[in-house]
Design a protein around this ligand. Structure first.
Ligand code: NAD
Ligand code: MG
Length: 395
């Protein structure tokens, strides 16, 4: 079968999703070329990736590190263009250097580049869930303008995408009753609030099934990750909050499900390895080898499912609350959570304080209508300032 070579921009190339993406790309040099590699500040890792993947452009978001990147590339004999700064990432995805963008920057820092990829009609492989949580409606508008495809890379949404009819179907007209997002429950599943009071960042980052960046690992431990994913599913699939369910499934083999009115429940299963979702999204609608071991169900422990404990893991309840509140409440939730997770990782906030801080900021800043990205970025800043002030006053 003949297929054209996809030119892929990997944003967050030095991260966990970035690494998995480049692993899949390396397996298919006839299909994909990594033409743009972007990272925040790990200049040594970015330079090494440039040696291996020979992109046309390397972007380092921290402008103070541009000279060092240039020096390292020259020393290694790599000739590629170099750019630096936040806006350079956005510019890199907007032009002709790529037709496909893997949005794998962590946090709200990924919003501008995600929007630019959508607006310019690139195939958008969305891992950066914070951008859709912040600006879901604006991202959908940008996609409509650009006319490109958005293929979710988050494993749950990729699973649901695979279980739905093609395109962006109307759920009710397609006979969909519910979307069921599965959650591993994280490293602290089954614990009481008293048992969570003293947990450390190292314990929180030790996920039972997935190896991920530190921010999403903490989000998985609080269940905020699932909360962000409920909001993500709402926007991606046009699902009202009431038709989105969460089920804890500790084995992480069923990545999510779609429940249809005739009683059929379609699920997507696989080993917990992000390369499956990434390969699916890169090659869609084709299927390609991803380097993932085949699923041996007979060798797996029984698959179990249970309701989440919303009283202990309050972040999931707060995310539903923000989604129902509407307006920019989910952007406020996201900003407060990013500050709270940073503080927890720095040892400045106890684990249970993450939900408390998010709740305080949501209470202090009632939702406003989403107008445009500038206003949203201002509200993001306001929410971060409020969160930092509350943190300072608590100490
Ligand atoms: P990570 O911490 O491993 O990597 C983050 C990447 O983002 C790094 O390459 C870093 O250089 C880059 N980055 C950070 N700030 C930046 C900035 N200001 N400008 C440019 N680049 C910046 O994180 P990860 O686990 O790979 O997660 C990335 C995103 O994918 C997150 O939004 C996460 O929620 C989502 N996601 C991750 C997984 C997973 O299995 N790791 C699964 C689903 C979704
Ligand atoms: Mg996920």
């Amino acid at each position: 079968m003949s297929h054209s070579l996809r030119k892929v921009a990997v944003l967050g190339a030095t991260g966990s999703i970035g690494g998995s993406t480049l692993d899949v790309i390396a397996r298919h040099p006839d299909r994909f070329r990594a033409t743009v590699l972007a990272a925040h500040s790990n200049v040594a890792a970015l330079a090494e990736l440039c040696v291996r993947f020979r992109p046309d452009l390397a972007v380092i978001a921290d402008p103070t590190l541009e000279a060092e990147l240039v020096r390292r590339l020259a020393a290694a004999g790599v000739r590629c263009d170099v750019a630096s700064g936040h806006d350079a990432v956005t510019q890199a995805v907007s032009g002709d250097l790529c037709d496909t963008v893997v949005a794998a920057i962590v946090g709200a820092a990924g919003l501008d580049s995600t929007l630019a990829a959508a607006r310019t009609g690139k195939r958008l492989l969305l891992a950066n869930k914070e951008s859709i949580v912040m600006a879901g409606a604006l991202l959908l508008d940008a996609l409509a303008v650009g006319g490109g495809d958005l293929i979710p890379v988050d494993s749950e949404h990729n699973a649901i995408f695979q279980c739905l009819p093609g395109g962006r179907p109307n759920l009710a007209a397609s006979g969909v009753r519910r979307l069921i997002l599965t959650a591993s429950g994280g490293p602290f599943r089954g614990r009481t609030r008293a048992e969570l009071a003293g947990v450390t960042p190292e314990q929180a980052c030790k996920h039972p099934n997935w190896v991920m960046g530190r921010k999403i690992s903490v989000d998985s431990a609080t269940l905020m990750n699932k909360g962000l994913e409920v909001i993500e599913a709402h926007h991606l699939f046009g699902a009202a909050p009431d038709v989105i369910d969460v089920l804890v499934h500790p084995q992480s083999l069923v990545h999510s499900m779609v429940d249809y009115v005739d009683g059929s429940v379609l699920a997507q299963l696989g080993n917990p390895d992000m390369r499956t979702a990434i390969a699916h999204a890169l090659a869609w609608p084709a299927r390609i080898e991803a380097g993932v071991a085949p699923l041996d169900l007979a060798a797996c422990a029984p698959l179990t499912f249970q309701q989440p404990d919303l009283a202990t893991f309050r972040c999931l309840a707060l995310a539903f609350q923000a989604l129902r509140a509407g307006g920019d409440a989910t952007a406020i939730l996201n900003a407060a959570n990013e500050v709270a997770v940073d503080a927890f990782l720095a040892g400045a906030l106890p684990f249970l304080g993450i939900a408390d801080l998010v709740e305080s900021v949501l209470t202090e800043l009632p939702p406003q209508a989403v107008v445009d990205v500038q206003t949203l970025n201002e509200r993001d800043r306001t929410a971060r300032e409020a969160a930092r002030r509350i943190l300072r006053n608590a100490c």
